[in-house]
Design a protein around this ligand. Structure first.
Ligand code: GTP
Length: 635
């Protein structure tokens, strides 16, 4: 058996190691950080930042920063990004001290709520000012969370895009592909957290672990950076026989690379293979050969190998790349060129080549060629609509023919790679066929109808105004605000370039519109917890438990947060496991579809001690809040 000489991967003794810091912001960021903390595989400073002291109190990160303590009084931002931003502004000196002096700052947040969406851009700005490389890992909300959250997430994304050196976007909608349809939403979140934690772990390991074939920050940034597009990430880890092939298979199954499909369009692909002391040359070679069947010749491969004793007898494969918006639109709008099909006979550069030149340029980039126009109709995809312009729903594709792609964005379309080495096929290859070539039937995870939310919209106001506006009430709906209409959201096409990127395939395409226009759905108020509960008389306030900061002071009775402050006086057990004493479950209202989302009564594992963050008199009725409540909703 051939083994690597591990001596060659030792760093020069006088070369300082890269200092990395991972900042988790808000509820989602804190959950991911908890997972990383428990894994104990990342050598980085972990910092949790939140406005909500109850979440901070349970966070496992060694360093915690309460954002805007005086402004927020220990309460979450209630879904209001302005409050989250102001809270971060109030605490910017603490933030600066916490992240100063690091070479790389990873920022992890769930976009759509108040703290993460508002504070993350501020923190990214501070990190950039301290000359750190800023990598942002963010989630976009589930579509069922409502249009308001999506819009807030898009705003935050636009701001982050300007400040981050690289941005890995996880669409929660796609996380559904990681689990079985019958699994509860808690499992979806847990799986999503795990994937995000893996990405952070993989990226930070790549830059901090000495490797046989070392990847540098420039490699990583070039693989991750895209001015206006989407990062692709796949990670797989496996043990036992065929552990290399199995790890690669799992990495290719990642929903973030569309089950391997998106790799066929990448110009640069970073591949990192790591294993314990038993990692062999043959295993690495086999993984690279296998990967070569799914990557076109012209892709520039940045290849790294590391022996990491912490992996034990496991092998991990990390794939990182990015696709520009134009490429994504091209994929969505046109039938895939033949060179997107699995390239079963295409050899990859041998490992010897790779080790000889690190990073490895697998093959010279092929000269761009005109887009393949006569490809077989392998996939029928909806045409890409113009970005962010409300327009009538585009008519479904009439027949499975390779329709010419309409120009989805103002920029000139990127040239398509030449359809080289395209295996001749007598019959059209469906996506399922394509997956069959990769995996056995029972290994293909059922695909949820994908929907991307990576639109990048107009410029945001400056992050650092001279005088920040006074804090408004969290999540208070304004008169001008659009009503919360889930039905309309599901049905309506929100045409945007990025939506087009992941336009559903024929099997998921909605039914054609009926000839007569359906009556407009009734406009509903945004659901509140009051819709389900009615107050009972005479609650007796109990002494308030202390967390990491001074007890929140009650706000004026006019504030919707007043009820939250009052509720924090209740015993923790009541908060976590039973309805508050002053509440009784009310009769089920007729319009509560958002609540009928299949919450199971299983808890969130190690997060089970997390207190609920329900604003009983407020507006904070998001999914994570219900998850933290862990209360089985009875009808
Ligand atoms: N993948 C994943 N996404 C989450 C999780 N928790 C929340 N999210 C997503 O992140 C968005 C923001 O939720 P939070 O992070 O709880 O909100 P926040 O940033 O703390 O803001 P406030 O609660 O308003 O202070 C939600 O709309 C969800 O889409 C989680 O555990 N995993």
């Amino acid at each position: 058996m051939v083994e690597y000489d591990r001596h060659s991967q030792r760093e020069e003794p006088n070369k300082p190691a890269l200092r990395t810091c991972i900042v988790g912001i808000g509820g989602a960021g804190s959950n991911v950080l908890d997972r990383i903390t428990l894994d104990r595989t990342v050598e980085a400073q972990l910092v949790c930042m939140h406005t909500d002291i109850r979440v901070l109190g349970h966070a496992m990160a060694p360093t915690k920063i309460q954002l805007g303590a005086e402004l927020m009084r220990g309460i979450g931002a209630g879904g209001d990004p302005d409050l989250g931003r102001e809270a971060a502004m109030f605490s910017r000196e603490e933030i600066r001290q916490a992240i100063e002096g690091y070479d790389i700052v990873f920022i992890c947040a769930g976009l759509g709520g108040g703290t993460g969406s508002g504070a993350a851009p501020v923190i990214a700005e501070i990190a950039k000012a301290s000359n750190a490389l800023v990598y942002v890992t963010a989630t976009m909300p589930f579509s069922f969370e409502g249009r308001r959250r999506l819009s807030q997430a898009e705003d935050a994304l636009t701001q982050l895009q300007k400040r981050a050196d690289a941005l890995i976007l996880f669409e929660n909608n796609r996380m559904g592909e990681l689990i079985l349809p019958k699994d509860g939403i808690q499992k979806a979140f847990a799986q999503a957290d795990q994937l995000i934690a893996q990405s952070l772990r993989a990226v930070s390991t790549i830059v901090s672990t000495p490797g046989l074939v070392k990847l540098g920050l420039d490699d990583l940034t070039s693989a991750l950076s895209t001015s206006n597009g989407r990062c692709l990430f796949g990670f797989g880890e496996a043990r036992g026989q065929n552990r290399g092939a199995e790890a690669l298979k799992r990495a290719l199954k990642s929903p973030l690379i569309d089950q391997g499909r998106l790799l066929h369009q990448t110009k640069t692909l970073l591949v990192h293979i790591a294993g314990g002391e038993t990692l062999t040359l043959m295993e690495v070679d086999a993984v690279m050969k296998q990967l070569g069947r799914h990557v076109p010749d012209h892709t520039h491969i940045l290849f790294g190998v590391a022996v990491d004793a912490r992996l034990g007898d496991a092998i991990s494969v990390t794939l990182i790349s990015s696709l520009g918006l134009t490429q994504l639109n091209t994929i969505a709008a046109a039938a895939p060129p033949a060179n997107m099909l699995p390239m079963t006979d295409r050899p990859m550069p041998s490992l010897a080549d790779a080790v000889a030149s690190a990073p490895l340029a697998a093959a010279p980039v092929a000269a761009p060629a005109p887009a393949a126009t006569q490809q077989p109709p392998a996939l029928t995809l909806s045409p890409a609509p113009a970005p962010r312009v409300r327009a009538p729903r585009p008519a479904p594709a009439p027949a499975p023919v390779a329709a010419p792609a309409p120009a989805p964005v103002a920029a000139a379309p990127e040239p398509q790679p030449a359809a080289v080495a395209a295996p001749a096929r007598s019959a059209p290859l469906s996506r399922d066929d394509s997956m069959d070539l990769l995996f056995k039937d029972d290994e293909i995870i059922s695909l949820a109808a994908p929907e991307a939310h990576t639109s990048f919209i107009a410029d945001e106001p400056e992050l650092f105004p001279e005088a920040p506006a006074a804090a408004g009430l969290p999540d208070a709906p304004s008169a001008a605000e659009p009503a919360y209409e889930e039905e309309e959201y599901y049905d309506e096409e929100e045409p945007s370039a990025s939506h087009a990127s992941f336009a559903p395939e024929p099997e998921y395409e909605p039914e054609p519109e009926p000839p007569a226009p359906a009556p407009a759905p009734p406009v509903r108020e945004r659901l509140r917890i009051e819709d389900f509960m009615t107050p009972a008389p005479a609650p007796a306030p109990a002494p308030e438990p202390q967390a990491v900061a001074p007890a929140p002071q009650p706000r004026p009775a006019t504030s919707p947060l007043a009820a939250v402050v009052a509720r924090t006086n209740l015993p923790a057990e009541d908060l976590a496991y039973a309805p508050p004493a002053n509440m009784v479950v009310a009769k089920k209202p007729t319009n509560q579809e958002q609540i009928d989302l299949g919450f199971s009564d299983q808890d969130r594992g190690r997060f089970k001690d997390t207190e609920p963050a329900i604003a009983s008199g407020g507006e904070d009725l998001d999914v994570p809040t219900w998850m933290r409540l862990k209360r089985k909703l009875k009808r």
